[in-house]
Design a protein around this ligand. Structure first.
Ligand code: DGJ
Length: 405
């Protein structure tokens, strides 16, 4: 049905354009490009794709769930629980505002995904609610708390109509992995607490905030911690985020903070619902976001992006002996053509999933954003190799876990 519809549209537009060309009304080449782009969009919007069984990853290709609907879980992460994988991400259609909420899919092989519905819906009957429809919900991640038996979701929240000003971390909880999740609160982490790696001199510095952050003095102030001092009382800014659970079950919220200039790693309380007051600044002034943290052979690794909004940029990586740091930069993990290295294979990191089939191979999960048509924002999952103590990502048109068995 879908193919017939696309073909019909294609022939209709092609005929019009050929008649137009005869009459010298249109430029044929650019018209064909337009038609192809249009067919692409129709493909992405049309949700009536027949059921598809996958047995491989095809990075950047359209990816459908078991009902043939386009997978809609952006900025996502995966929780492995009781032998199944659960993929949580933001449901988006156009723009970056949330009108649906956080969607969940389940899978036992990572290729084929069952739609488990909306795990955390936006609120539609209270315009003042923190997660009212039209707010911004980004990068939701879910972890399981062994102590309480609850599933805990954290995400980046921006209040409706306020752009990216609020910079909040938000938490929701559920008894079942697929939800429904109950919204608890949104907040700026660790109000009234200094980072563990902040000196007395830093705490007592009085900054002149009129000095722009792009002058030499301003940049130095950022590195020294002027935004930490500014936000000490009300809590630290929290934008792009991820969660990480260590082997000892301690969990951490990693956020892009200080006007996105510096990452913060916050230790969570034992129930994962709040902050202990212990947090550190990571790579001060290095302008990282979209962090993904994983552990390999006792060390902590991070993949992150730079700050170019929805456009891709060269990824960064870092290593630490302790999750709270100090973190040491390891450079761009992408290996490939100049263009692939420059754009991280046209993607932005969101998560790194440990794959059990190989000791030194993980899955890099990235988003290829298309904010004008988020149904066409693609997923870029690539093998991430640990080579000589560094994470390395290479392009594969198509690959499977079986390749590493
Ligand atoms: C805001 C950032 O600027 C974007 O790059 C992207 O990471 C989004 N958040 C989605 O999380």
């Amino acid at each position: 049905m879908k193919n017939e519809f696309v073909l019909l549209v294609f022939f209709f537009i092609t005929s019009i354009s050929l008649i137009g060309q005869e009459l010298e009304l249109v430029d044929f080449k650019s018209d064909v490009t337009d038609i192809l782009a249009f067919v692409d969009i129709i493909e992405a919007i049309d949700n009536t794709e027949e059921e598809t069984q996958y047995n491989s990853f095809r990075p950047g290709e359209l990816w459908h769930d078991n009902d043939g609907e386009i997978l809609n879980a952006h900025g996502g992460g995966i929780l492995e629980h009781d032998g199944k994988y659960y993929w949580f991400g933001t449901h988006l259609e156009t723009g970056h505002q949330s009108y649906v909420g956080v969607r969940c899919y389940s899978s036992s092989d990572l290729y084929n995904w069952e739609n488990e519905g909306v795990a955390l819906p936006v609120v539609t009957n209270d315009a003042d609610h923190d997660i009212t429809a039209g707010c911004v919900i980004e990068r939701p991640k879910v972890i399981y708390n062994e102590l309480t038996g609850k599933f805990v979701m954290w995400f980046h929240l921006e209040l409706r109509g306020q752009g990216y000003k609020a910079a909040l971390a938000a938490v929701a909880v559920a008894d079942n992995v697929t939800g429904p999740y109950t919204f608890i609160e949104s907040l700026r982490p660790n109000a009234g607490h200094w980072p563990l790696n902040f000196t007395e001199a830093q705490k007592n510095t009085k900054y002149d905030y009129d000095i722009g952050r792009y002058t030499a003095e301003g940049r130095q102030n950022v590195v020294d911690g002027r935004y930490v001092v500014r936000d000490f009382k009300d809590g630290q800014m929290s934008r792009d985020m991820t969660l990480f659970v260590d082997d000892d079950q301690k969990a951490y919220l990693v956020t892009s903070s200080e006007e996105n200039q510096t990452l913060h790693i916050h230790e969570l309380t034992d129930d994962y619902l709040g902050f202990t007051g212990r947090y550190t600044r990571v790579l001060p002034g290095e302008r990282n976001e979209a962090a993904a943290v994983f552990k390999h052979q006792g060390k902590y690794f991070m993949i992150a992006s730079g700050l170019t909004g929805w456009d891709p940029n060269p990824a960064r990586s870092a290593v630490a002996e302790d999750v709270l740091g100090p973190w040491i930069s390891l450079g761009n993990p992408a290996i490939g053509t100049e263009e692939q290295i420059k754009t991280t294979f046209n993607s932005q990191s969101t998560y790194v999933l440990p794959v059990k089939v190989a000791d030194d191979v993980y899955i890099y999960m990235g988003d290829r954003w298309n904010p004008a048509n988020q149904l066409d924002s693609r997923y870029v999952w690539l093998p991430l190799y640990m080579e000589y103590g560094k994470p390395v990502i290479r392009w594969r048109d198509e690959w499977s876990l079986e390749d590493y068995r």
